[in-house]
Design a protein around this ligand. Structure first.
Ligand code: BGC
Length: 424
């Protein structure tokens, strides 16, 4: 066993987002869910049947097939009922010895109609912040995590030439919570959002339009700059959560070229666009893409429930890559869908071991937030993928701390990681 000590002020945490856990939302996504639930369930059924025939199994349908073929799986509804159970959830975060908790504010709740602020929603986030304060957990607050108020979406959302106003929302957040929150994340994964919603048409509003795709990225950069200007303050740090991938070249000039160009676009384009209004970089890491003669594949030797490759060392490469900006880095998301908690503990330890190595090699990594604190609503896949340190029973909304979470709590409590050398 080797003991890997983390820096004294290293921040341990977990992350969530409003739409995925709160419940009772009404936004552009809930509208889309209702329209698409039956289609998504049917597509899952067809996929399961065809994959049974071919013997291929990604995702691992055996574990989830019942849920994935039910339309209700795709309706966020009460989600994890965090809206009512948040004190219990923050108590759990405290039991896991977390220093920080990343959550998002739901714009559609704060400003359900254009220009109209809902005091009840404001009150909810104050109460959530009270709970965090009580447990001495520092908030990292995201302003936009994939969901929009319906009125904003109806006016074209981020794809509009002149998008509708977000000033009122940002101003309200600053006035209400500016004194209570020091760490802000303006937008979550603009690259993933723009890609899925405006280029591949998988998420609402399901557009396949390269012009809109680029416009969304530009407008989200504008949102970031506006928020930066309003939120900037003495003790405030403001960043972005960026989806980063490890583009792993299979070797040779062409593959090297493609891998580096892909990284330039995916990992760096947005970040470069919002410099110098950036105090830290939030790295969300899940995937490696193996680049071989124009094909972008995955290794499939070991996969999570959703069929994503389990490749912990990728985190080291993206950390080294994102260190070029000389800004503090936080991992603002990393985790895996693992309903039986079979791989999570080992994955977590491996990832943390690579994070430790990156720190030793000079990367200014200041914290790690696991995705996710709770099982939650995984966008167009619905409830079946289980990303939580904590299991949620969707019939009773009971929470159960998974074994891997106990291990995480030990690491967060002692600020070091015990790991077998040959496992490393
Ligand atoms: C998103 C999360 C999502 C996670 C797992 C990230 O792209 O920010 O909302 O649940 O990946 O898919």
């Amino acid at each position: 066993m080797v003991e890997k000590q983390f820096p004294e002020n290293f921040l341990w945490g977990a992350a969530t987002s409003s739409h995925q856990i709160e419940g009772y939302n009404t936004n552009q996504w809930t509208r889309w869910e209702k329209k698409n639930a039956s289609r998504l369930a049917k597509t899952a059924e067809q996929k399961i049947n065809s994959e049974k025939e071919t013997g291929r199994r990604t995702p691992d349908w055996d574990k989830v097939s019942g849920e994935a073929t039910e339309p209700e799986n795709y309706i966020s509804g009460k989600a994890t009922n965090h809206k009512e159970r948040f004190p219990e959830d923050i108590q759990i975060a405290s039991d896991l010895n977390l220093d920080v908790y990343r959550f998002s504010i739901e714009w559609s709740r704060i400003e359900p109609e254009k220009g109209e602020i809902d005091e009840e929603a404001i009150d909810f986030y104050h109460k959530l912040l009270d709970e965090l304060e009580k447990h001495e957990i520092e908030p990292f607050v995201t302003l936009h995590h994939f969901t929009n108020p319906k009125w904003f979406a109806d006016e074209g959302g981020f794809a509009a030439r002149n998008p509708s106003d977000w000033d009122k929302y940002i101003q309200t957040i600053a006035e209400e919570f500016g004194e209570r929150v020091d760490n802000w994340i303006t937008v979550n994964e603009p690259n993933v959002y723009a890609l899925n919603s405006f280029l591949v048409g998988r998420w609402p509003p399901a557009k396949k339009n390269p012009v809109k795709y680029l416009r969304v990225l530009n407008n989200m950069a504008e949102f970031h700059r506006d928020a930066y200007e309003v939120l900037e303050g003495k003790d405030t740090v403001i960043g972005v959560s960026s989806s980063t991938m490890f583009f792993d070249s299979a070797g040779g000039l062409l593959n090297d070229f493609l891998a580096s160009k892909s990284a330039d676009h995916w990992n760096h384009r947005f970040v470069e666009d919002i410099m110098p209004q950036l105090d830290f970089i939030g790295v969300n890491f899940y995937n490696r893409r193996k680049v071989d003669r124009g094909f972008y594949g995955n290794g499939f030797e070991k996969t999570s429930d959703v069929g994503w490759e389990i490749y912990p060392e990728g985190v080291y490469h993206v950390l080294k890559e994102m260190d070029r900006y000389d800004l503090p880095i936080f991992i603002t998301e990393n985790g895996l869908a693992d309903s039986e908690d079979e791989y999570r503990e080992d994955y977590l330890k491996q990832v943390l071991s690579h994070c430790h190595q990156a720190i030793e090699d000079g990367v200014d990594l200041q914290g790690y937030m696991h995705w996710s604190l709770l099982d939650n609503f995984e966008w167009d896949s619905g409830f079946w993928p289980r990303f939580g340190l904590v299991e949620v029973d969707y019939d009773t909304y009971e929470r159960k701390i998974r074994e891997s979470a106990e291990t995480y709590a030990k690491i967060t409590g002692q600020n070091y990681l015990d790991i077998d050398e040959d496992q490393d």
